[in-house]
Design a protein around this ligand. Structure first.
Ligand code: CO
Length: 149
């Protein structure tokens, strides 16, 4: 495994719409392993592929309950109930903003072997899922924070 550089705000790569990941090979596995190492080293709870300069639809999340890898994730259900709290991003150092998110979301995705999975998260997990999946469409959490002001 190897640590990757985290792309910081101001880099266009964070604003691109990522493409579907179609291959589930050793190269993907290596990249996912590197992303996990990078996330843990930076003490983050999630990292999306564009944050390491890869414009593909996948991310890793660990809110302290073990690693979750999501390839081509799509949110298919959101609770009406919301949560409002502080959010940060490894690509936007030394900053946090209050963002309102659904309390609970369900996500359809694939795992590293291309098998279909469903992940449901509440609270911090729901927040992390929303945050990381938005990265895949070039959206950053500060976009919400600005809108709510
Ligand atoms: Co982020």
């Amino acid at each position: 495994m190897a640590k990757r550089n985290i792309v910081k705000i101001g880099d266009d790569v964070l604003r691109k719409v990522c493409r579907t990941q179609l291959t589930f090979d050793e190269r993907l596995h290596q990249t996912l392993d590197d992303m996990a190492e990078t996330m843990y080293d930076a003490e983050g709870v999630g990292l999306a592929a564009p944050q390491v300069g890869i414009l593909r639809r996948y991310c890793v999340i660990d809110i302290g309950e073990g690693i979750i890898e999501l390839i081509n994730p799509v949110i298919f259900e959101k609770s009406e109930e919301t949560q409002t709290g502080n959010e940060g991003c490894l690509s936007i150092p030394d900053r946090s903003e209050v963002v309102t998110r659904p309390m609970k979301v369900s996500v359809r995705a694939q795992n590293r072997y291309g098998e279909n999975i469903v992940v449901t998260g509440e609270g911090l997990m729901a927040r992390a899922l929303c945050h990381e999946i938005e990265h895949l469409d070039g959206v950053l959490y500060i976009d919400h924070a600005k809108r709510s002001k």
